[in-house]
Design a protein around this ligand. Sequence first.
Ligand code: CA
Length: 228
Amino acid sequence: MRILIVEDEENIARDIARAVRRLGYVPDIAHDGEQAHFMGFTEDYDAVVLDLGLPVMDGLAVLRNWRAEQRHFPVLVLTARDTWQDKVEGIDAGADDYLAKPFEMPELLARLRAIIRRHKGLSSAVLTFGPLSIDTRHAQAMLDGMIVQLTPLEFRLLNYLAHKRGEPAPRTELLEHIYGSDAERDMNALDALITRLRRKVGSNILRNRRGHGYFLAGAQQDGHDSSS
Ligand code: CA
């Protein structure tokens, strides 16, 4: 899953990028409002972390533009001030959630996971497909109660498919959301990755529907666990 991080303070942007990468997301960073607006308009992000105080174009203007352009990805807004006026403005502009600076990284990650889940219509932080469960809080998968040893890239792929809730994803979509804007996007590498992952989680779970793409079989209807 691709996350756009919009933050002009480079240390903070880097820290967030590092933290989301550990959770199996693919981060891009924009340092000013104009660059952010362009990236959000041209790339297909699964969620955005948006600081409001930005050079060139402020965060609220960026958000209003995206929404006016029918860009519907979930947005977590970061504000320097925790005032109700800021929240009202942000919510009216189309923010999905709010976090005041300074923040604790685990809270940012929990809020990010939550807006992604809501956007995809999921309520649980653990996604289950038959004997396979994917814990989005710890970037970990279990098969029949045993931890599956996955590389970061394998987890990325699994996590993306899990959030599709059984809907198939074509290879081009996987390529974009697993590798992001990396120069090393390569269909052969993706195919090899899929083969390795199928071996680990079972080809009866990670399946292919001809002409539609890959999906995880046995999606559980939303569980009752609403923890983040
Ligand atoms: Ca700022």
